[in-house]
Design a protein around this ligand. Structure first.
Ligand SMILES: C[S@@+](CC[C@H](N)C(=O)[O-])C[C@H]1O[C@@H](n2cnc3c(N)ncnc32)[C@H](O)[C@@H]1O
Length: 314
């Protein structure tokens, strides 16, 4: 995986509009910083999703039904999946995440708490097509919480959901958490917390990139910049240059080259799309899911859906 990621980074950082995919937030430090973000008062998604799941455990379990394998996409610390074990009773739990060390430590801990469930940790990039030939016959439940689906651009989200529907092979479904459109102030605050944890999380991507490709970004030259783009219905996170800077990047041919940034230049690090319930449910239908059940919170800040894969996808 390392070479593919290196190549992807070199291309995206050398583009006219430089970017770093949000998956590069998550090295060991980034995963811990994300856990701190989830504790912040301003960051409503995690506690609201938890409220929904804790408020409707039996309704969710009824909708999901039988579960041979629970596949946790972007599992992080695995805490959300572990809260489902008592109601969904999966025989197998597969945790997938790009943040290898963090994931493996979380699965080791969880296996001790739930010895009856067969568990495995898979350090893979879930933005690449996913295939699970060994469990084709089993009833699979994909679990994709945390509104991570919002990181995909609109055309990619459709491909991703269609791939999951097909991978169910008519035998399973998707339990997913989706962030909903809401007032701009609440959205902006969630990504601009006064303690600066989200800023540190964003800046840490540069340290991860330095480690992965041997570049020399210096943190003091960059600042966090995040805002809600109303016309595109997405939070955008960027790193903004605080000075004129030159960064040395290795090139694909092995030779180093310099990339220049002027004060105010941006590196785009994340989009987080916000949906309405209707337009997300429509996306699930178009991707090959049906029997879609939804739950939300009293403020309608967040949405949890379970969608069954169609038995005979067209
Ligand atoms: C927003 S956090 C959510 C964590 C946890 N599922 C939750 O809901 O609290 C996103 C998680 O997905 C992982 N992740 C992000 N992009 C990924 C990718 N392309 N492939 C695999 N894992 C990824 C991150 O390491 C992180 O653990």
């Amino acid at each position: 995986m390392k070479n593919t990621l290196t190549e992807e980074l070199l291309i995206s950082l050398s583009a006219d509009k430089p970017s770093i995919s949000p998956k590069f937030f998550y090295d060991d430090v980034g995963s811990h910083l994300f856990d701190v973000i989830t504790l912040l008062k301003e960051y409503y998604p995690t506690r609201t999703e938890k409220w929904i799941m804790d408020s409707y455990p039996h309704e969710i379990a009824d909708a999901v039904g039988h579960c041979d394998v629970l596949l946790d996409l972007g599992a992080g610390n695995c805490a959300k999946a572990s809260r489902l074990f008592n109601t969904l009773k999966p025989k197998q739990y597969r945790a997938l995440d790009i943040s290898k060390e963090y994931l493996e430590a979380a699965v080791v801990d969880l296996q001790m708490q739930f010895p009856q469930i067969q568990m495995s940790a898979h350090a893979i990039d879930i933005s690449q097509p996913l295939v699970f030939p060994d469990i084709q016959e089993l009833h699979k439940v994909f679990f994709y919480p945390g509104s991570s689906i919002g990181n995909f651009d609109p055309e990619k989200v459709d491909q991703f959901l269609t791939n999951l529907a097909l991978e169910c092979h008519g035998n399973g479904g998707l339990l997913i958490g989706v962030d909903l459109v809401k007032d701009v102030q609440t959205l902006n605050l969630a990504y601009n917390d006064p303690l600066g944890v989200t800023a540190a999380f964003n800046l840490n991507a540069l340290l991860n990139v330095n480690r992965l490709i041997g570049s020399n970004f210096e943190l003091q030259n960059w600042e966090h910049f995040a805002f809600f783009n109303t016309s595109l219905s997405r939070i955008e996170m960027h790193l903004r240059a605080k000075a004129n800077v030159q960064v040395t990047l290795p090139s694909l041919s092995g030779k180093e080259h310099l990339v220049s940034f002027s004060t105010g230049d941006l590196i785009h690090t994340e989009n987080s799309y916000k949906y309405t319930q209707d337009n997300f449910v429509e996306k699930l239908r178009r991707a090959g899911f049906d029997d879609i059940r939804c739950w939300t919170d009293p403020n309608q800040y967040f949405l949890v859906c379970f969608a069954n894969a169609q038995k005979n996808p067209s």
